[in-house]
Write a protein that binds this ligand. Structure first.
Ligand SMILES: O=C(O)CCC(=O)C(=O)O
Length: 276
């Protein structure tokens, strides 16, 4: 198990993100794969019924099957959240391995906000490229007064070829920059942020987790391989109502809680590692 490390917090504070290698064991992923396999099987049967494919590609592995079914066409979705059963998601999101790191970054009473996305990034799918953005541009400007951490979890090894995440170290100190949604629903920042900071790719192995904040600029590019880049992103914040710094933070908390309620998301406490 990973012992709490001061450098997670230091990297997060200085760079706006921290990468924890080997945080999650292979077994933690099995329920996710089982749900994904079942959802892809249902989807393949639907495509067959609708006459859109002649073969359900049943023998293909989870990182190839959707790519084979779509054979170069875009699947037309930016996320595929419904593939995960609620119990699978909650077990995964609240596991102590994540809780240990989040306690260092956010505080002892971290909760999973209920907001998440499962993303099958298909080969050459432009719909699943994400231009440079800060997550507070999506959540709403008030949320810049609070800290929301994303745990970005690759379900396959990722690198520049299959569309790993890119980040701009230190960009969390720039404040919230303006942007607007394009017709593909993705927010585009008006400024060319690659001229303001140095963008770096974050290659990761399955089991590694990248934690970044709601003001940290990040992006992902085209998947240029023939396999599916599966990933899961989960959002966390600290249940800190009793310790809020100022009125703006309190307003941000109330706003975010309302937004989650309206979306039917329920915040769930994250378990902490057992003391040895
Ligand atoms: O997974 C991706 O490609 C993009 C994810 C992202 O932008 C996010 O989690 O905020």
């Amino acid at each position: 198990m990973h012992e709490p490390q001061a450098n997670w917090k230091q990297a997060y504070r200085e760079q706006g993100f921290t990468l924890v290698p080997g945080l999650l064991p292979a077994a933690a992923f099995l329920p996710l794969y089982s749900d994904i396999d079942a959802a892809v099987e249902r989807h393949a049967q639907d495509l067959l019924q609708e006459g859109k494919v002649a073969d359900t590609c049943a023998r293909e592995s989870y990182d190839r099957r959707l790519a084979k079914l779509y054979a170069g066409r875009d699947m037309g979705v930016r996320m595929w959240d419904q593939a995960l059963r609620p119990s699978t998601l909650l077990d995964f999101a609240s596991q102590p391995a994540l809780g240990g790191v989040l306690a260092e970054l956010l505080g002892p009473e971290t909760c999973f906000s209920g907001d998440y996305h499962l993303r099958p990034k298909l080969p050459e799918s432009s719909l699943t490229t994400f231009p440079w953005h800060q997550d507070s541009q999506y959540y709403g400007p008030l949320t810049r007064h609070m800290e929301i951490v994303t745990a970005w979890v690759p379900l396959v090894d990722v690198d520049e070829a299959n569309g790993c995440l890119w980040v701009i170290p230190g960009s969390q100190r720039w404040g919230l920059l303006d942007g607007a949604r394009g017709s593909d629903q993705n927010i585009r920042t008006f400024e060319n942020v690659e001229q303001r900071g140095r963008a770096v790719p974050v290659p990761m192995k399955r089991g590694d987790v990248l934690f970044f904040g709601n003001l940290t600029f990040h992006a992902s590019k085209l998947n240029r391989t023939d396999r599916v880049r599966w990933s899961l992103d989960l959002r966390y914040y600290e249940r800190a109502e009793a310790r809020l710094r100022d009125a703006l933070e309190a307003e941000a908390y109330a706003y975010f809680a309302g937004k989650l309620r309206a979306a039917g998301r329920e915040a769930v406490s994250v378990r902490q590692p057992a003391l040895s």
